[in-house]
Write a protein that binds this ligand. Structure first.
Ligand SMILES: CC(C)(COP(=O)(O)OP(=O)(O)OC[C@H]1O[C@@H](n2cnc3c(N)ncnc32)[C@H](O)[C@@H]1OP(=O)(O)O)[C@@H](O)C(=O)NCCC(=O)NCCS
Length: 199
């Protein structure tokens, strides 16, 4: 499903359930050893997806550890992003010689909990499908953070949606002034992506 939102330079893998046979590498095991079962399953399956994507890029399997503010640490020369929600996990990876940054996000296609839209939407964004807006802002943050290394608040990007695409204007100074993204709503999921190719 997510391949529809990604250019050919981006390798990906996705999963709709968790297999108990998925194995973590020792360094990953060390960071997740005390987690509850739900967290352990999403952490493991999405890393299985990441290793599938590494394989597609011709890379050997390597551990994907959480780094600064939770951002995944990729092998040298690789950029990427991961997402998990109930019933869906995905990883998207590319070589940094081709792609500057990637952000992907998946959410269940359900109404946002009460109060969340007010917390995340700028006045101009209030009429957007709430989950789509939320997912797109998460993708913005995941693409932004590896470049900027600072937090970006929901109020610091203004999004505009079109048919299957969106644009994000970054409202604070930083390494980029905006992003272009793509979105898909299908089979109960809202999926968004941002991929910035090397100019
Ligand atoms: C970090 C965050 C983006 C994760 O999104 P989410 O929808 O809750 O969860 P997802 O399952 O889709 O994504 C989780 C993955 O995001 C990645 N991630 C976490 N922190 C990250 C960061 N700072 N930068 C890039 N990727 C990050 C990790 O790979 C994580 O998976 P892992 O913990 O198994 O390694 C979100 O929790 C958050 O903190 N948002 C606040 C900032 C924000 O969204 N601002 C909007 C700007 S417009």
């Amino acid at each position: 499903m997510i391949e529809e939102l990604l250019p050919p330079a981006v390798a990906y893998a996705e999963a709709f359930d968790d297999h108990s046979a998925v194995e973590l590498l020792p360094a990953e095991e060390a960071v997740i050893s005390r987690a509850v079962d739900k967290r352990r399953r999403e952490f493991s399956t999405v890393r299985y997806c990441a290793r599938q994507a590494m394989k597609s890029l011709g890379l050997p399997p390597s551990a994907v550890l959480p780094g600064e503010r939770g951002a995944p640490i990729w092998p040298s020369g690789v950029v990427g992003s991961m997402t998990h929600c109930l019933g869906y996990r995905a990883a998207a990876l590319a070589f940094s010689r081709d792609i500057v940054t990637v952000g992907i996000d998946a959410e269940p296609d359900e109404p946002l909990p009460d109060g969340v839209l007010d917390a995340i939407a700028l006045p101009s964004e209030r009429s957007v499908h709430g989950r789509l807006l939320f997912s797109a802002k998460e993708s913005v943050y995941k693409a932004w953070f590896p470049l900027a290394r600072v937090f970006l608040d929901f109020s610091e990007a203004e999004l505009n949606f079109d048919d299957g695409t969106f644009s994000a204007r970054i409202l604070v100074p930083g390494p980029v002034s905006g992003f272009s993204g793509r979105w898909l709503i299908r089979d109960g999921f809202v999926i968004t992506s941002i991929v910035v190719p090397v100019a």
